[in-house]
Design a protein around this ligand. Structure first.
Ligand SMILES: Cc1cc2nc3c(=O)[nH]c(=O)nc-3n(C[C@H](O)[C@H](O)[C@H](O)COP(=O)(O)OP(=O)(O)OC[C@H]3O[C@@H](n4cnc5c(N)ncnc54)[C@H](O)[C@@H]3O)c2cc1C
Ligand SMILES: NC(=O)c1ccc[n+]([C@@H]2O[C@H](COP(=O)([O-])OP(=O)(O)OC[C@H]3O[C@@H](n4cnc5c(N)ncnc54)[C@H](OP(=O)(O)O)[C@@H]3O)[C@@H](O)[C@H]2O)c1
Length: 287
């Protein structure tokens, strides 16, 4: 684990950078950190009226290109998990850069002072309200699916409700683990969180990062590591049990489906806001 720090500064040319938009839902970018050539995080101002539950997502974006016929521009919006906790005075997001992606080909060039559009209507299933009380909670992520857990890992309720928090993060390459690793490391030194949640609260976290296509201390898909028993052995915890364990899943579609099937085999049932049960799932992106 390493301290959270900017890996590179935003280096977009001014020509690429989004301009001031003067829109009703505009928020100002306050910080940008590029973690790899495919991943960056950024913080924006928070609308005073925005209330959300840690783990929820909102629609954010930029103005699209002008229509060649009319010259009119429409907002280009995408779903984004809020990576900051509900108490934070700013909002943080953790984003992919898809080189030909309509939104992220532009969004990756934002700089402090630029504006983005943020629709203040948070929704989502990865919330504590959708789970029954339990002893241990598992956060299962691939790629940018870590984002909602970056929020929940900074939420006092996570530590009040559970004795143990297991966070697994599977990525192709080691660099893609950096944002999550830095965030977890930073919790140890966060004076506010240690004071509010309790000194040493972070000791409840069991962090299990794995890579699949580049050498790292732990290789393999979390699903395979659970099937072989290696993950439980490494973590020193028993396989999931509906009596004690709760889970939240956020990754690509195949991962979500595979893990969902595994959790059902352990006897866990899927919950929802209106019907809390043992686990909940959300897609990290649409395929
Ligand atoms: C509920 C929900 C929450 C989301 N939260 C986040 C988030 O916190 N951070 C984030 O970066 N994205 C998130 N996404 C994905 C996001 O909505 C966009 O798809 C993404 O920003 C790319 O937008 P785009 O217009 O550039 O490309 P799009 O046209 O939206 O996507 C192009 C292709 O890129 C790939 N892709 C898209 N998003 C990702 C991703 N996150 N990781 C890997 N491959 C991807 C897919 O193959 C997709 O078909 C979320 C999606 C959903 C449904
Ligand atoms: N990450 C990159 O370096 C990279 C570079 C260029 C383009 N892309 C493209 O970007 C898109 C998303 O890539 P991504 O790496 O962010 O996300 P991803 O393809 O969803 O993979 C993220 C992690 O999830 C694992 N995974 C996938 N399916 C799984 C399953 N069913 N069970 C358990 N684990 C599973 C992957 O392992 P496996 O490696 O075993 O699949 C990988 O470690 C893809 O279309 C990809 O082609 C990615």
């Amino acid at each position: 684990m390493t301290e959270m720090r900017p890996v590179t500064d935003a280096t977009a040319s001014q020509a690429d950078a989004p301009k001031k938009m003067a829109l009703p839902d505009a928020q100002t970018v306050t910080q940008v950190t590029h973690w790899t050539d495919r991943l960056f995080s950024f913080r924006v101002t928070r609308p005073a009226s925005l209330r959300f539950r840690s783990g929820e997502f909102v629609m954010i974006g930029l103005m699209g290109d002008p229509n060649p016929d009319t010259g009119k521009q429409k907002p280009l919006l995408r779903a984004y998990s809020i990576a900051s906790p509900s108490w934070d005075e700013e909002l943080e997001f953790y984003s992919i850069k898809v080189q030909d992606g309509p939104l992220t080909s532009k969004l990756q060039h934002i700089q402090p002072g630029d504006e983005i559009i943020l629709r203040p209507k948070p929704v989502g299933t990865l919330v504590h309200d959708a789970l029954l009380p339990g002893k241990r909670i598992w956060f299962f992520a691939t790629g940018t699916g870590f984002a909602p857990f970056a929020s929940l890992l900074r939420d006092p309720q996570t530590f009040e409700d559970y004795d143990e928090i297991v966070i697994t993060h599977t990525c192709r390459e080691a660099g893609e683990l950096e944002y999550g690793a830095a965030l977890i490391e930073s919790l140890k030194h966060d004076e506010l969180l240690n004071e509010v949640i309790g000194e040493g609260f972070w000791k409840k976290i069991r962090y299990y990062p794995t890579t699949t296509r580049e050498e790292s201390p732990k290789m393999g898909r979390i699903t395979d590591l659970m099937r072989s028993g290696a993950a439980f052995e490494d973590l020193g915890v028993a396989p999931l049990n509906p009596e004690t364990d709760r889970a939240m899943i956020c990754g690509n579609l195949a991962f979500n489906l595979e893990l969902k099937e595994m959790l059902e085999e352990y006897g866990l049932e899927e919950g929802a806001n209106s019907d809390p049960k043992h686990y909940v799932v959300e897609k990290a992106f649409l395929d």
